[in-house]
Design a protein around this ligand. Structure first.
Ligand SMILES: NC(=O)c1ccc[n+]([C@@H]2O[C@H](COP(=O)([O-])OP(=O)(O)OC[C@H]3O[C@@H](n4cnc5c(N)ncnc54)[C@H](OP(=O)(O)O)[C@@H]3O)[C@@H](O)[C@H]2O)c1
Length: 276
């Protein structure tokens, strides 16, 4: 039962909390100078664009990859281009010990972790009646377990530091049921991590912010496949898939002081797909 008006008149000690000492200029708020970010799934697609955006804004970036070691060359190129420190790390995110140990290594090598973008993901888009248990397990292990391990072990560092910022790449598939290709397991993995992120925003309210980015179709390896593209373009109000350069600003905003009052949000960026 919620409190009566009379009961609700007792101020809580320590409230309101102080406004953070962030810059007044919005351009200064968006700077990530000397921040340290980890981005998983950073060899290509959305993760690579985000890693590059953070480096452009002045952050030192740990690029996590699994099978695509192009991340090593990207890390070297990004470091040279933007004058920041970068390094690529091979991490299979469904392996808890690997996630935990690499977070410890990054913390040691970079000195701290300010931002963790849990972006690695995969899909085996099939109806449940055609999906094997192995295919189900694989999607759960990467999209759910991988985000859980990343959050848990990054969260330990955030708590120790007294500050941190977790951003989870969800999907509009947590909001809608995709058409025309049935993919209930992928959709459900994204619903899990979206609610995990919102729940952590409360759990970590004293030391870290947590937000979710829910993309619609972006033109990457995980974008609309041949069976989905025609309907995807019809459903998307802007009539096209997004280019990864069009998602950099949102991830930068959420990682930066410009979003210092934003936690627990799930931001859809989909060219208007979910509108109809
Ligand atoms: N593109 C879209 O339309 C769209 C829409 C909604 C949500 N998303 C989400 O956006 C995120 C990024 O996807 P993307 O579109 O940029 O596609 P992508 O280029 O294929 O990126 C997916 C990344 O996840 C990594 N990954 C997959 N399994 C992994 C594992 N077991 N351990 C560690 N890393 C693993 C891959 O790493 P390696 O290549 O190194 O193996 C890859 O870099 C995903 O979470 C996806 O679900 C994408």
């Amino acid at each position: 039962m919620s409190m009566s008006i009379e009961e609700a008149q007792n101020p809580r000690p320590g409230f309101p909390r102080p406004v953070p000492n962030t810059p007044e200029s919005v351009f200064d708020q968006l700077k990530l100078t000397n921040r340290v970010a980890i981005v998983s799934g950073a060899a290509d697609g959305i993760g690579l664009a985000v890693a590059e955006a953070y480096a452009e804004a002045g952050a030192n970036v740990a690029l996590w990859y699994n099978s695509n070691n192009a991340a090593i060359e990207h890390a070297e190129r990004i470091a040279k281009t933007y004058g920041v420190k970068t390094k690529a790390y091979q991490v299979e995110v469904s392996q808890a010990e690997k996630v935990q140990s690499t977070i410890q290594v990054v913390e040691k090598e970079f000195g701290k972790i300010d931002i963790f973008v849990a972006n690695a993901g995969m899909a085996i888009s099939k109806p449940i009646l055609e999906q094997t248990l192995d295919e189900y397990g694989k999607q759960m292990s990467v999209n759910v377990d991988g985000v859980f391990y990343s959050a848990k072990y990054a969260g330990e560092v955030f708590k120790k530091q007294g500050s941190g910022n977790l951003i989870i790449t969800g999907s509009i598939s947590s909001h809608i049921v995709n058409v025309p290709c049935d993919q209930p397991v992928y959709n459900s993995t994204k619903a899990f991590v979206t609610h995990l992120g919102k729940s952590l925003a409360r759990e970590w309210r004293d030391f870290a912010r947590v937000n979710i980015v829910s993309p619609g179709f972006f033109d990457t390896k995980m974008g609309a496949g041949p069976d989905a593209i025609t309907e995807g373009l019809r459903m998307t109000s802007l009539g096209r898939q997004g280019h990864v350069k069009e998602i950099k600003g949102l991830f930068l905003y959420l990682a930066s002081d410009a979003s210092s009052y934003q936690t627990g949000s799930d931001v859809i960026i989909d060219g208007g797909y979910v509108l109809p």
